[in-house]
Design a protein around this ligand. Structure first.
Ligand SMILES: *Cc1c(COP(=O)(O)O)cnc(C)c1O
Length: 395
């Protein structure tokens, strides 16, 4: 199978094709790991020597440290972000016959987790500016079967959680934040993942807080929900061999927890760097006709830097980048309601559909040299027929 030009450098777990080697990748995680130096080796070898590999002292300490960082009462480590969502839904009592309203403009795992929990995803449209779920569209899709809303803090930009809570709470509907791309992102000084009845995080390596393998976490302020998540992640048993419900095996392991504890100390600095690089990209690209840059949001952590390229020129820009040895990727080329297993083909979600034809993620990682921004931006401007030196007109 040939990698698609715009899929180059993609870091999603399902990518089975090795991307072509490009001079500038979409993400480079190596420098951050290198910066941890001996500390990383020390904590990893301590775990290896301890003989405790699953749900041990590092997981417990990480759960406490992560809850304190997010500012919520409980954090429970699980196997992945996908499991965090599915287990949170089940812990809140959702299942067969229940409808969960979510965004079609996300990684497929958001909808997949809803189906894994036995519920049915209902897709609302997105806001044209933020690309996050649009509360007005959510409201239009409420039904007597709506039991939960899952907003995604897409690309690390907070979704309108407060508006969604105001919509959901009086109706007894739960809000579960898909914060897989947004560890550390804030709304009004409060971290995402602490607003809804539950939050779900992914520690997939390229996420804002990434491990050296798979991992995830559920956050909540409700002790009963936390206890239910702990039970579900360990075969439905609060006490080993005494299963009360059918659960699953979804535990965070000690090696990941040890790495995550270490990286938690650097997560703010890494977000600060990505924000600064995103601001530099905006400075280079903003105001150029045919391109829309992300609106600066003070609480965003820029998991990805994603622009919109208008007038059908997205794939041309991606090809020009690839010709220059620069990776780019499309997040996401098919909105979830257009994917076979989640098909809601009757639904018209014009903003999500339009976004999927225009979005392009450009290289961004915390340790990326600022000159890379300038180089990438100049290739983009050239592909759009603008010389890099000319300032673009503002709209
Ligand atoms: C990565 C991701 C997930 C799934 O997380 P995994 O750890 O890969 O299972 C869910 N939702 C969103 C928005 C994601 O980006």
């Amino acid at each position: 199978m040939r990698p698609s030009p715009t899929g180059a450098g993609t870091v999603w777990p399902l990518s089975q094709t090795s991307p072509p080697t490009l001079r500038i990748p979409l993400v480079d995680l190596q420098p951050e790991l290198d910066a941890l130096g001996d500390e990383l080796v020390t904590v990893v070898s301590a775990v290896l020597r301890s003989g405790r590999y699953i749900l041990g002292p590092n997981v417990q300490a990480f759960e406490e440290e992560a809850a304190a960082y997010i500012g919520c009462a409980h954090a429970v480590g699980v196997n992945s972000g996908t499991d965090a969502l599915a287990i949170a839904l089940r812990a809140l009592g959702l299942g067969s016959g229940d409808e969960v309203i979510t965004t079609p403009f996300s990684f497929v795992a958001t909808a997949e987790a809803i189906v894994m929990a036995g519920a049915r995803p209902i897709f609302a449209d997105i806001d044209a500016v933020t690309l996050n779920i649009d509360p007005a569209s959510v409201e239009a899709r409420l039904s007597p079967r709506t039991r939960a809303i899952i907003p995604v803090h897409l690309f690390g930009t907070p979704a309108p959680v407060e508006e969604l809570m105001a919509l959901a709470q009086p109706r007894g509907i739960a809000v579960i934040e898909d914060a897989a791309q947004a560890f550390g992102a804030e709304v009004g000084g409060r971290k995402v993942g602490g607003f809804g009845q539950a939050g779900a995080f992914s520690f997939f390596p390229s996420k804002p807080l990434g491990g050296c393998g798979d991992g995830g976490m559920v956050t909540t302020n409700d002790a009963d929900v936390a206890a239910a998540v702990r039970r579900l992640r360990a075969h439905g048993a609060a006490r080993k061999h005494h299963s009360e419900v059918v659960g699953c095996n979804s535990r965070l392991d000690e090696l990941q927890a040890a790495v995550l504890r270490l990286k938690l100390h650097h997560v703010d600095e890494s977000a600060r760097r990505r924000r600064a690089l995103a601001a530099r990209y905006n400075g280079r690209l903003e105001g150029t006709p045919g391109i829309v840059v992300p609106r600066p949001a003070p609480g965003a952590v820029f998991h990805l830097y994603t622009v919109r390229v208008l007038n059908g020129r997205r794939d041309g820009v991606a090809a020009a980048l690839q010709a220059g040895g620069i990776a780019s990727a499309v997040h996401y080329p098919v909105p979830i309601h257009r994917l076979g297993p989640y098909g809601d083909r009757g639904a018209t979600l014009p903003e999500a559909e339009r976004a999927s034809t225009e979005v392009l993620s450009l290289p961004l990682w915390a340790a990326m040299p600022p000159q890379v921004v300038d180089e990438v931006a100049s290739v983009v401007l050239k592909a759009l027929g603008r010389s890099a030196g000319l300032p673009g007109g503002r709209r």
